[in-house]
Write a protein that binds this ligand. Structure first.
Ligand SMILES: [Cu+2]
Length: 155
């Protein structure tokens, strides 16, 4: 009687732990699907434009800050890129930048001819129509992972 009771409790405990893991997993998946990690920071229309295989690919997006505080992007990384740099095109030449400020309730457009991400040494498996995760790191708050659609050149 006592043993059965104990076993029952232990199983209940196990089920509870499993449920907690599932809840956590669901939360992680939901965050991935929504493309957000930090509340209030949103990545929209993100894509990576291929040039030639092995040449750096440029990353474009709209980074929205719906919070009342300035958000500062400090860098990006992706398993699909050896390294990601942040660039700004000024008078036709690219220069490296190490931070991008997104004003409160504002947005910054990463676009051709302006600020962009540069995927150095893209993975050879990078092909058009794929989607690759890119994780953005900020001065404060949690990183944000968004999926970038891979676009062939000329599109
Ligand atoms: Cu560049």
């Amino acid at each position: 009687m006592g043993l059965r009771h104990k076993r029952g409790r232990r199983e209940a405990g196990k089920t509870g732990a499993a449920a907690r893991v599932l809840t956590l997993l669901a939360a992680v998946l939901a965050v991935g699907a929504a493309g957000a990690g930090q509340p209030g920071v949103r990545v929209e229309d993100a894509f990576l434009r291929l040039t030639l295989p092995t040449l750096p690919a440029a990353g474009y997006m709209r980074l929205r800050n719906t919070t009342g505080e300035t958000v500062v992007l400090m860098g990006a990384s992706s398993p699909a890129c050896g390294r990601i740099m942040m660039h700004e095109t000024v008078a036709g030449a690219m220069r490296r930048i190490d931070r991008v400020r997104v004003p409160a309730h504002g947005e910054v457009r990463f676009a051709p001819g302006g600020i962009h991400l540069m995927c150095m040494s893209p993975a050879t498996a990078l092909t058009a129509e794929a989607r690759v995760p890119v994780t953005l790191s900020f001065e404060t708050g949690a990183p944000v992972t968004a999926f970038f659609a891979v676009q062939a050149i000329g599109k």
